[in-house]
Design a protein around this ligand. Structure first.
Ligand SMILES: [Zn+2]
Length: 546
């Protein structure tokens, strides 16, 4: 495993920034205790507190903190209350700690929702919301002729060439619609392909008739999607999941009986079965409201009139994958660990007698797992001028020891990835190395630059704000149900948080602020994504030889 600490030009840059410390030789140093001016704060947060905060955020009650889901609201309240208790100021207008990301939560309503089948004008079935399952990401209104499709091949090949235009399609698979071994799983790839094949055949509405699928889905699911302009084109305001309903097989039996058929005699078919005279009237009413999708942020105002309009920003993402059908993703490391780190740094500052000269902003982003949506919304609608942000320090997955094909967790007990620090500002990079060298002694790694665009700091970097991303590496529980609090390395999490606290202390108290190196900006800006300004919002360093 290689570490590439680059100590080039360290001394000069630090002096320029009036930071303390001269870099000792790598690996031989005895770590020094933190300076008096910040030691009290650092000592105010314990591993037990981190265990408590993370345990709460990653608890089943918080439902994996899915953006737009009830569990996210609990987490946003929890972090807000933490900031409030520390006496930190609300960061957003009207005294709010929350910045709402436009988020549409669509929920089906019982009133006005029904599925009625008639034959020759006579009622066959009349179902309400409770007897329906499926996905309704928007209102459903469908009336018309009913046909049956008997599916033998879930890939939808039985439908080849079928024209189902404007038909309401009952779908039955004698072998079942939930592939073996996938019982309880709501969505499965095969079903998705079958739904797409039915949509291609221009089915007006699909109604699956299957007890196992009905049990797996359990109710009509609404949608929880970004609203407004924040989402990428594919996601904007509409969920791309095909609209479909699921009913119990007994409903199909009643429909077939009305058309003079039975399950046994249609089971021999494959493809289209005509159910002459059978009509359907289907309506699913939904209500759409703003869902719980908030960036949660607080400010510790600076004390120096000359510098308090400049901000050191510390970030994490509060959301995770949430609840997906019956599956809950706790996200203990991703990113309850970073949000715990954020809560820890905020507490360290609040408990430290020496106050910052510059102001500090602590922000837990929403919508990260969906494409960095919360931090995108933040930098496009910033509560403070972007140019006033001297750096963004991002903590995402700081609670584990990296493990991979040829790496064991035991070999990485003290490893930390430093990502993106060399992209914009050499002085910020050098500061990170110097503070680590003196006080923390992490085995810093730089071989994860490919994750540069995969967490919220990326939205700050693309505006030209120096960033540092702290990440302890991937492991087998990444984005799994098994990413649980019992696997967290709490001593390491607290050490990473203390490192970030120390760096923020240096950035808050220093005379100068990290400048963006013109050559680095030119080199980086092409790979930073959309809406990258010509010039960085942070001040540029004088060009070399200029
Ligand atoms: Zn993450």
């Amino acid at each position: 495993m290689s570490t590439r600490p680059s100590a080039r030009g360290a001394g000069a840059l630090c002096a320029a920034l009036v930071f303390v410390s001269v870099l000792p030789a790598q690996g031989s140093t005895t770590l020094r205790p933190l300076a008096q001016d910040r030691a009290k704060g650092a000592a105010a947060v314990t591993e037990a507190m981190c265990r408590d905060w993370l345990g709460t955020l990653a608890s089943p009650e918080y439902g994996g903190r899915g953006t737009g889901q009830p569990g996210y609201e609990l987490a946003a309240v929890y972090v807000r209350d933490h900031f409030q208790k520390l006496g930190l100021k609300p960061a957003f207008p009207e005294g709010s700690y929350w910045q709402a990301l436009p988020w549409n939560v669509t929920e089906p309503k019982a009133e006005g929702t029904h599925l009625r089948l008639t034959h020759g004008g006579k009622a066959v079935v009349d179902l309400g919301l409770a007897e329906l399952a499926g996905t309704a990401t928007q209102e459903i209104e469908a009336k018309g002729d009913v046909v049956l499709v008997v599916v033998r091949d879930l890939e939808g090949n039985d439908l080849a060439g079928a024209d189902l235009s404007d038909k309401i399609v009952l779908v039955h698979a004698p072998a079942g619609l939930v592939p073996k071994g996938q019982a309880g799983r709501r969505g499965n790839a095969a079903l998705f392909r079958l739904q797409s094949a039915l949509q291609q055949a221009r089915a007006r509405l699909t109604v699956f008739c299957d007890d196992e699928l009905f049990a797996a889905t359990g109710k009509v699911q609404g949608a929880s999607v970004p609203g407004g302009g924040g989402a990428n084109r594919a996601m904007r305001g509409r969920d791309r999941r095909p609209v479909s309903l699921t009913v119990k097989t007994s409903v199909l039996e009643k429909a077939l009986a009305a058309a003079g058929k039975t399950l046994e005699n249609v089971a021999a078919h494959a493809g289209l079965v005509d159910l002459a005279g059978l009509q359907a009237d289907v309506a699913v009413k939904v209500e759409t409201r703003q869902g719980p999708a908030y960036n949660v942020a607080a400010i510790l105002p600076g004390s120096d009139p000359a510098r308090r309009d400049e901000y050191v920003v510390m970030g994490s993402h509060l959301d995770h994958l949430g609840q997906r059908g019956a599956t809950l993703f706790p996200g203990a490391d991703d990113d309850a660990s970073g949000s715990t780190g954020l809560m820890a740094v905020a507490a360290m500052w609040a408990r430290n007698p020496v106050k910052p000269a510059r102001s500090l902003l602590f922000v837990a982003f929403t919508g990260e797992e969906m494409g960095l949506l919360g931090s995108n919304h933040f930098v496009e609608n910033p509560p403070i001028p972007l140019g006033s942000i001297v750096a963004e320090l991002q903590m995402d997955m700081i609670g584990r020891d990296e493990e991979g094909q040829d790496e064991s967790a035991d070999a990485n007990r003290n490893t930390l990835h430093l990502v993106g620090t060399e992209r914009l500002s050499r002085s910020l990079h050098e500061l990170c190395l110097a503070r680590n060298e003196q006080h923390f002694g992490f085995a810093l790694e730089y071989d994860e630059e490919d994750v540069f665009s995969r967490s919220d700091h990326a939205n700050f970097a693309r505006k030209g704000i120096p960033i540092a991303f702290f990440f302890t590496g991937f492991h087998r529980d990444y984005h799994q149900q098994s990413d649980t609090p019992d696997k967290i390395h709490y001593a390491k999490l607290l050490k990473v948080a203390t490192y970030v606290y120390d760096l923020s202390f240096e950035l808050a108290q220093a005379k100068g602020r990290p400048l963006v190196d013109p050559d680095l900006w030119e080199k980086s800006r092409k790979g930073l994504g959309r809406n990258v300004p010509e010039k960085p919002v942070a001040p540029l360093a004088p060009a070399k030889g200029g």
